[in-house]
Design a protein around this ligand. Structure first.
Ligand SMILES: [Zn+2]
Length: 122
């Protein structure tokens, strides 16, 4: 399991409508992985379960699986002329998910804490 996959897991857990929430089995596995990461598990410790989760997602018809979908250079809104000066970053350090600051607070679904504002170097 790589850190980008953790970010995607975080996003999928946060998404109440899609991905891992589609089935109780997938949701339970995803929560279990997040719980172990929260408890300090090394990425290698959860890699097998992460692969299993990805397999379940693919079988459920989520073609993208848990492949990375978002990073600094692919933020929504970035590249449309607006300079991104601040992003919300996962608080744990182990999850590289970033979001644009918005009206609603965004919790990290892996660490169960609010995402923190990080100023980008300009
Ligand atoms: Zn996160």
């Amino acid at each position: 399991m790589i850190s980008e996959q953790l970010a995607v897991l975080c996003e999928r857990l946060a998404d109440s409508a899609g991905g891992v929430r589609a089935s109780p089995r997938m949701a339970a596995l995803a929560e279990s992985i997040a719980g172990r990461v929260r408890a300090g598990a090394e990425p290698a410790d959860v890699a097998d379960d992460f692969d299993a989760l990805e397999e379940m997602l693919l079988q459920a018809g989520h073609a993208a699986g848990l492949s990375p979908v978002r990073s600094y250079d692919r933020l929504p809104g970035a590249g449309d002329g607006h300079r991104v000066l601040e992003v919300l970053r996962c608080p744990g350090g182990s999850c590289p998910r970033v979001e644009l600051p918005g009206a609603r607070p965004v919790p990290c679904a892996v660490h169960l804490k609010p995402m923190v504002v990080q100023r980008l170097p300009s």
